[in-house]
Design a protein around this ligand. Structure first.
Ligand code: SF4
Ligand code: FES
Length: 360
């Protein structure tokens, strides 16, 4: 499975999970169920070294994420180090806990872009989903500050059964906030979303209406806002090329320094993750067992192994394949060619109105 470094693709994006701490408690959080502790987080100097290594490896863009990155007192220093390394810096924030003076200092230090998650178009519902009263108003306030400083703003709207009927209102809200882009992202069922799947799963009818609404919104708001949206996994015929293909385009670093090919990779069994505490990022990208495990196509089983789409979707999502079949090498069951595909429709039909299991 090992490949020479000449043949290896170079990563373009780095997701830097600065901390798992977060004031919100979204039931679809992509963080692992076992959260990294504050005392295990990488220090400022290590992040600065890693950003330099990332830039030399070919990374163009760093997403400063979490948890809530503003929970780090050294967020401005970390962001400045990424900027000085020549990386385009995107702050992914819940807006809660990011004080106005910290935001201002981030912009002064070179912050390029802000992405704010919005849980719903209605304050009461949004705060209920986030598990934090008053979160919605703080998001509005930060969005106004971002636009006032002329920093490009993306609104990230994660859709599920409780808010998918409001997709038009979410796009209108993003427009009114001054966002240049809105990402209509559907819940991915790993991390905290897996135990909440039956509480979050939309109906087929809801999904069809939302897909049609997005098409109409794209036409209506062409030139005013970019609308990114994909069909949710459980209602698709083919899977998405998760993370652009394993070990091809991006890498994630956890708060404690482990380097992962995707944010849910720790849910897979028997993978060995290397840490930036012990190795350079280039060494990890090229040689770590976790990155080599599903890189390319030689690990595939049928039907992926001989499928003409194998270099397009790379067999879908390894974490979803494992979560649903117990085999990380299996074809993602979202694919209608998977022998396990019927299971996806069965699971999509399981819905309950039980209370969310909030991330804590
Ligand atoms: Fe993609 Fe595998 Fe399905 Fe082919 S069989 S479309 S490669 S997931
Ligand atoms: Fe891990 Fe898709 S989330 S491969």
């Amino acid at each position: 499975m090992a490949q020479s470094s000449e043949k290896l693709p170079r990563p373009l994006g780095l997701l830097a999970e600065l901390t798992h701490r977060c004031p919100l408690a979204c039931p679809y959080c992509s963080n692992p169920l076992q959260l990294d502790k504050r005392g295990d987080e990488l220090d400022t100097a290590t992040w600065a070294r890693v950003f330099g290594e990332a830039a030399r490896l070919g990374v163009i863009q760093v997403h400063l994420s979490g948890g809530e990155p503003a929970a780090r007192r050294d967020l401005v220093e970390i962001m400045a180090a990424a900027h000085q390394a020549g990386l385009y810096t995107n702050l992914i924030t819940s807006a809660v806990g990011l004080r106005p003076e910290t935001f201002s200092a981030l912009v002064d230090a070179g912050l390029d872009h802000v992405q704010i998650s919005i849980q719903d178009s209605d304050a009461h519902s949004a705060d209920h989903i986030a598990g934090y009263e008053g979160a919605f108003e703080r998001k509005r306030a930060l969005a106004a500050a971002v636009v006032a400083r002329k920093v490009p703003l993306t609104v990230n709207a994660v859709m599920h059964r409780a808010n998918i009927d409001h997709v038009s209102d979410m796009v209108e809200l993003a427009l009114s906030l001054g966002a240049s882009r809105v990402e209509i992202a559907h819940v991915q069922y790993y991390g905290w979303a897996l135990p909440n799947r039956a509480m979050l799963m939309p109906t087929r009818e809801q999904v069809d209406l939302a897909v049609a609404a997005v098409e109409e919104l794209r036409t209506r708001h062409h030139g005013a806002i970019v609308i990114d949206a994909v069909v949710p996994d459980y209602y698709a015929r083919f899977p998405k090329p998760c993370v652009g293909g394993w070990g091809r385009r991006s890498l994630n670093i956890t708060p404690s320094g482990k380097v992962l090919p995707c944010h849910a990779a720790e849910s897979l069994p028997d993978l060995e993750f290397w840490s930036v505490r012990d190795r350079s990022l280039a060494d990890i990208w090229i040689s770590s067992p976790a990155f080599q495990a599903f890189r390319g196509t030689s690990w595939m089983q049928e039907p992926c192994a001989s499928c003409p789409r194998r270099e397009q979707d790379f067999g879908g999502c390894r974490c979803q394949a494992f979560a649903l079949t117990g085999d990380a090498r299996a074809t993602d069951p979202v694919c209608h060619l998977s022998p396990h595909h019927a299971m996806v429709a069965e699971l999509a039909a399981v819905r309950t109105e039980a209370a969310y299991i909030y991330r804590r």
